[in-house]
Design a protein around this ligand. Structure first.
Ligand code: C5J
Length: 234
């Protein structure tokens, strides 16, 4: 791993290239949990085809590798609740009138409950030592978490965002981050939705109107920018 220098680089993106300082940039991987990506979890209980999310895994592995090699700060999030569900609003528990819903026993343990198998990040994208894992009860990663404090302590200004689902937890987090002054780049092939139309429109919404709440790019553009930063720092 190299130590990143305080110097600016560009990532090709839409609506225009995003200037970033690797020392002030973090990669955040949102909710790549078994509950969303594997059969038998929350995603499937909602009636979704979870295989639709799996396309985001391979490019995210490559982005994670490049980020780690560049010395970028990497964080992960997980959506879930404490075992007594006291951090889950009754409205969330009731939503969908599910036969098997949040807190109920499923094939990977209790659905969306911390400490259960389904709540784990998938092994392909497992965090390594030093990478914070933010446990969040909501869709946004800033709500009821210490994410804001962690980012501030490191003077982070830019977030590169991967994860699921594009129109729910990725969107909510990016909107929260944008309102707090962060510049967010969402990597289109590293985010996934159960609904192809939502994927397309959610990405359009981010970059529309001059980048109303962020940028959209690709894993290959991000990796090549990170590699340039790593080669300068080496
Ligand atoms: C959802 C998420 N879709 N991580 N959560 O309920 O997007």
């Amino acid at each position: 791993m190299v130590t990143v220098a305080a110097q600016n680089f560009f990532i090709e993106a839409q609506p225009y290239a995003l200037e970033f300082d690797p020392a002030a940039t973090a990669l955040i991987v949102i909710d790549m949990q078994r509950d969303f990506v594997e059969p038998g979890g929350f995603g499937e209980m909602l009636g979704n085809d979870v295989s639709l999310l799996r396309g985001a895994i391979a490019p995210t592995i490559q982005v994670l590798k490049a980020a780690r090699e560049t010395g970028l700060f990497v964080l992960h999030t997980r959506e879930g609740h404490v075992p007594d569900l006291s951090d889950a609003p009754p409205s969330k528990l009731a939503r969908g009138k599910l036969e098997t819903g949040i807190g109920d026993e499923g094939p990977m343990g209790r659905i969306l409950v911390r400490g259960e198998e389904g709540h784990d990040i998938i092994p392909e994208l497992a965090p390594i030592d030093g990478e914070p894992v933010i446990d969040k009860p909501g869709k946004g990663a800033f709500y009821a978490t210490d994410l804001g404090d962690i980012l501030q302590a490191r003077n982070i200004a830019t977030l590169i965002v991967c994860g699921v689902t594009t129109e729910v937890c990725v969107h909510t987090t990016v909107r929260e981050a944008n309102d707090r002054g962060y510049e967010c780049l969402v990597l289109e092939d590293c985010v996934g939705s159960y609904f192809p139309e939502f994927q397309r429109v959610a990405l359009e919404m981010i970059k529309a109107q001059g980048g109303i709440f962020g940028w959209v790019g690709t894993s290959s553009a991000a990796i090549s920018a990170l590699q340039s930063a790593a080669s300068v720092a080496a």
